[in-house]
Design a protein. Structure first.
Length: 188
């Protein structure tokens, strides 16, 4: 298995705020090719190693994805998989597995249920939080804070990995606030 997370180069416009002329923007949430990839973090279960991929070594990520039996992310079906596809690699549906959807399915949460983001899922189950918010990553990237974005991405993949590992070993606490234990379907 391979756990991965994508960070983008360009900001997604906020419908409530005007674009800041100091930054570059894509054309919205559907503009996956316009978002661009700043970095991709991946954790390889086989080697037990986390790696970072950028434009110069993205082909190595695609090779790892070819070799993986399962490619796991958090909300990757709606976001990361589409950005990877726009970069030239289509992750086969049978290989892609989304921990976000698996948790929501296990909790029988509706489409618009609150509390199922990675930060809350990890806080409730691991006592750990994300180091920031994803919408800040492209801004930090454009400001030249590359190390901060790398650190943010690595933390996200490791939190996803830890949450996945826990979900495969025991029931999780429902992050939606019910207090119930939920049994998440295994990606294997």
């Amino acid at each position: 298995m391979l756990v991965y997370d994508v960070e983008i180069e360009k900001l997604i416009p906020d419908k409530k705020e005007p674009n800041d002329p100091k930054f570059e923007y894509c054309n919205g949430w559907g503009d996956h090719s316009g978002m661009g990839i700043s970095i991709v973090g991946a954790y390889d279960f086989t080697e037990g190693v986390a790696r970072i991929f950028m434009k110069d070594n993205l082909h190595e990520l695609f090779k790892m994805m070819d070799e993986a039996d399962r490619i796991v992310g958090f909300n990757n079906e709606s976001f990361d998989d589409k950005i990877i596809a726009a970069a030239g690699y289509d992750i086969p549906d049978e290989k892609s597995w989304d921990l976000y959807h698996a948790i929501k399915d296990a909790a029988d949460a509706g489409k618009y249920a609150k509390g199922y983001n990675l930060d809350n899922c990890c806080w409730v189950n691991l006592g750990m939080r994300k180091s920031g918010h994803g919408e800040m990553a492209p801004k930090l990237w454009q400001m030249g804070h590359i190390g901060t974005v790398v650190d943010y991405c690595l933390r996200d993949i490791m939190l996803t990995y830890k949450l996945l590992e826990m979900a495969m070993a025991q029931p999780l606490l429902d992050p939606g606030g019910s207090g119930n234990r939920i049994f998440v379907k295994s990606p294997l």
